[in-house]
Write a protein that binds this ligand. Structure first.
Ligand code: CA
Length: 243
């Protein structure tokens, strides 16, 4: 069974729902762990073999979105499916901004949830080893804690902004990101940069990450709009790039 061995964490404070999710997922062959609040979910962060987190937004203590933000710092590519109550429109939008991959509205049909979860797992390419806060991207190994990357026996330091930019690209893989959105999300209110600043940082990041900044394979230019990050997996022909 293709679900076999995939490890999922269910973060949900409602015990009945949590147990129903665990049972349904286990019946599909997933390996399931559970957490009843944000703190106990975060305590399981240092495991690096998760395949997906199912995350309720309304949790006692640390809220779901805060959990997601903390998760994204160390696991930029781990698929996360959010569970949210109908009508929490604002949270859903924030959820995507924080890097959720999909969401399911409560009450949901278990069958639909399982199908959507399978779809996420299917489209996630194997990210390669992401051990100790390191992630293989193309020919580079990025060290998130050390603010640097290694490529072809060379080490490149990344500025805080370059690292934040890279994390934002990783969390929004395959999405077209406008320069203005990147400015809002990565630079925020702390400076008065222009969209030109974004281009300069992208250029520097490409040079470190990819080598040839003029022929990018990872951070693609979308003319007239901005950029799109794609992550071809090694040993597999380059994944198709949607227009
Ligand atoms: Ca809840």
């Amino acid at each position: 069974m293709k679900a076999k061995g995939k490890k999922i964490l269910v973060v949900e404070d409602e015990a009945v729902l949590r147990m129903a999710l665990v049972d349904a997922l286990e019946a599909q062959g997933y390996e399931v762990e559970e957490a009843e609040d944000g703190e106990s979910a975060l305590a399981q962060l240092d495991r690096d073999d998760w395949d997906l987190w199912l995350l309720d937004l309304m949790l006692p203590g640390v809220q779901g979105l805060d959990v997601l933000q903390r998760l994204r710092q160390s696991h930029p590519r781990l698929p996360v499916m959010i569970l949210t109550a109908r009508g929490e429109e604002y949270d859903r939008v924030r959820g995507f901004e924080c890097g959720a991959d999909d969401y399911v509205l409560k009450p949901f049909s278990m069958r639909e949830l399982l199908l959507r979860l399978e779809a996420i797992l299917r489209r996630v390419p194997n990210p390669g080893p992401a051990e100790n806060g390191k992630l293989r991207i193309g020919q580079a190994t990025v060290d998130f804690a050390g603010y640097c990357l290694h490529r072809q026996d060379r080490q490149f330091e990344l500025s805080r902004r370059e690292m934040e930019l890279l994390k934002f690209f990783l969390a929004h893989e395959g999405q077209v990101l406008s320069r203005n959105r990147l400015l809002d999300e990565v630079w925020g209110a702390d400076a008065f940069p222009t969209t030109r600043t974004v281009d300069t940082h992208v250029f520097k990041l490409r040079r470190k990450l990819e080598g040839d900044a003029d022929k990018p394979q990872l951070i693609l230019t979308v003319h007239g709009v901005g950029y799109k990050f794609v992550h071809p997996t090694p040993d597999v022909p380059q994944q198709k790039i949607d227009k």
